[in-house]
Design a protein around this ligand. Structure first.
Ligand SMILES: NC(=O)c1ccc[n+]([C@@H]2O[C@H](COP(=O)([O-])OP(=O)(O)OC[C@H]3O[C@@H](n4cnc5c(N)ncnc54)[C@H](O)[C@@H]3O)[C@@H](O)[C@H]2O)c1
Ligand SMILES: *[C@@H]1O[C@H](CO)[C@@H](O)[C@H](O)[C@H]1NC(C)=O
Ligand SMILES: *[C@@H]1O[C@H](CO)[C@@H](O)[C@H](O)[C@H]1NC(C)=O
Length: 438
């Protein structure tokens, strides 16, 4: 705004020529005044031109009505130093390595996948909006971890297409690992809008930018086992029906699969959807049962265990994070190329969906027993009738397709995986909340 004030100040000058009277001859005075006026006029035009260029080139000012901007507060992006960081983080350091944009990089799965890719020499750039759905300090601690392995996480929203376009201008990503989402089944009843914002609008913005990029990247994204909804045929296979979602979360993931179909069909984008089955492990999500059960057992608080009408307990196909990471990386490595460029399709591209589970459902009562043994604390169990809030009774993955196409083979059982989780948990939350990282 200071530039605007300067312009009006300059504009005022010609209206007070008397101030500039320096010569006694009226003729010479008029001549000088005339040439002075020309110069001022010329320089004003140049100056206004510069200001126009400045405004046209800078990103649009954040509008107060945009929820994404409000979450972000005063986060800024752009500029030479920022671009240098982006490029350096995304630089490939091995032959035929990938250059991957990881969305939701400060999330649980995002952190692990980013680290794994970086470690083998791929270029990785993260983006995350650090929203406060669960403790932001945990996301920040993961960011510190990523920073140490050379992964820069840009603070931004996947629904911000200007930012995404900028990232693709700076780096020609070969792949996108899209993990940013509003997760959680029960929270959808409290904040349905956040699911539409991140899982629908955010996904569409991302696909729009990807389809226009030249070259187009291949996309691997996280769907969810929740798309099977009320399906009762076990184990869940990719071909089973997925048209009875039990929660808005599941419905947005199902919508994502249909949207993926459209972008593959119209624009030739290579898209792989991964249906994760209850992922757990170190640096996990505090809103998930294994995590808050651990917290509550340690505090001596009673924990609610849900059961069905015939006292059957809820069961989950718990999948350890390292197994999921292997599945994600294999999906990136086997993703065929997108065929289009600059928004035009040139041929058909792969569209794939895989279950990534562990193939052995465990009743939640058993999960609690394992935690009791590992924590050496008896849990206060409170058995409750399962409320109809979006959760399903059980999940069980058929992974034969991922085995065949991705070489996916989970190797960690719940006992082993929880042992690693508990070790991390105790370390992270020791010293009464003081964080120990790495
Ligand atoms: N963990 C599981 O058990 C599980 C199961 C099925 C599917 N998934 C899916 O896997 C993906 C990763 O899950 P997670 O467990 O790591 O969850 P997470 O919440 O830890 O990670 C998601 C990250 O995305 C970020 N994010 C959310 N909305 C965003 C937006 N609009 N723009 C930018 N960043 C945004 C969040 O800040 C968070 O850091 C999600 O798509 C989730 O739906 C997870
Ligand atoms: C996402 O971004 C679009 C385009 O910038 C905007 O119109 C829309 O309101 C945003 N959607 C949500 C749900 O935030
Ligand atoms: C698992 O899925 C495959 C298809 O990918 C199918 O051939 C097989 O019959 C399924 N197995 C079971 C036990 O349902």
């Amino acid at each position: 705004m200071s530039q605007l004030k300067t312009i009006s100040h300059l504009d005022n000058i010609p209206s007070t020529p008397g101030k500039f009277k320096m010569d006694k001859s009226p003729y010479i005075h008029r001549l000088r005044w005339h040439s002075w006026l020309c110069r001022v006029g010329l320089w004003s035009v140049v100056f206004i031109g510069f200001i126009l260029i400045f405004f046209l080139r800078s990103p649009p000012a954040p509008s107060a009505g945009d929820p994404a901007r409000r979450i972000l507060g005063n986060a800024v992006w752009g500029g030479p130093a920022w671009e240098k960081r982006v490029r350096s983080s995304a630089r490939v350091r091995r032959n035929h390595g990938l250059s991957v944009l990881v969305t939701g990089a400060a999330g649980f799965v995002g952190t692990h996948v980013s680290t794994a890719l970086k470690l083998r020499g791929d270029g990785v750039l993260g983006i995350d909006n650090f929203n406060d759905y669960y403790e932001v300090s945990l996301k920040r601690a993961r960011q510190t971890l990523l920073d140490r392995s050379g992964v820069f996480v840009v603070e931004g929203d996947v629904n911000d297409s200007a930012l995404l376009r900028k990232l693709f201008d700076v780096v020609p990503f070969t792949h996108v690992m899209h993990l940013a989402a509003q997760a959680g089944v029960r929270y959808a009843m409290q904040n349905p809008g956040s699911y539409v914002h991140s899982n629908i609008a955010g996904f569409v913005s991302l696909l729009e930018v990807c389809k226009s990029a030249n070259p187009q990247p291949a996309i691997v994204w996280a769907s969810s086992s929740s798309v099977y909804g009320l399906n009762s045929k076990v184990p869940f296979s990719e071909k089973d029906r997925t048209d009875q979602p039990a929660s808005l979360y599941a419905a947005t993931k199902k919508a994502g699969e249909e949207i993926a179909h459209t972008y593959n069909h119209i624009y030739g984008l290579s898209i792989t959807g991964l249906r994760f089955f209850t992922v757990y492990g170190p640096w996990g999500r505090p809103d998930m049962a294994y995590f808050f059960f651990t917290k509550d057992i340690l505090r001596g608080k009673s924990i609610s265990i849900f059961e069905g009408p015939g006292h059957e307990t809820v069961a989950r196909d718990f999948t350890y994070i390292d197994d999921i990471v292997k599945g994600c990386v294999a999906a990136l490595d086997t993703a065929g190329k997108s065929t289009g460029s600059g928004g035009k399709k040139k041929g058909s591209a792969p569209l794939r969906v895989f279950n990534l589970g562990n193939t052995s459902p465990v009743p939640v009562t058993e999960l609690v027993s394992i935690l009791e043994r590992l924590l050496k604390v008896k849990a206060k169990r409170s058995m409750q009738k399962m409320p109809r809030n979006g959760d399903v009774m059980f999940t069980h993955a058929n992974i034969s397709l991922a085995q065949r196409e991705l070489g996916y083979q989970p190797t960690t059982d719940l006992q082993t995986g929880l042992k690693k989780f508990v070790r991390w948990y105790l370390g992270y939350y020791s010293n009464s909340g003081k964080k120990r990282i790495g």
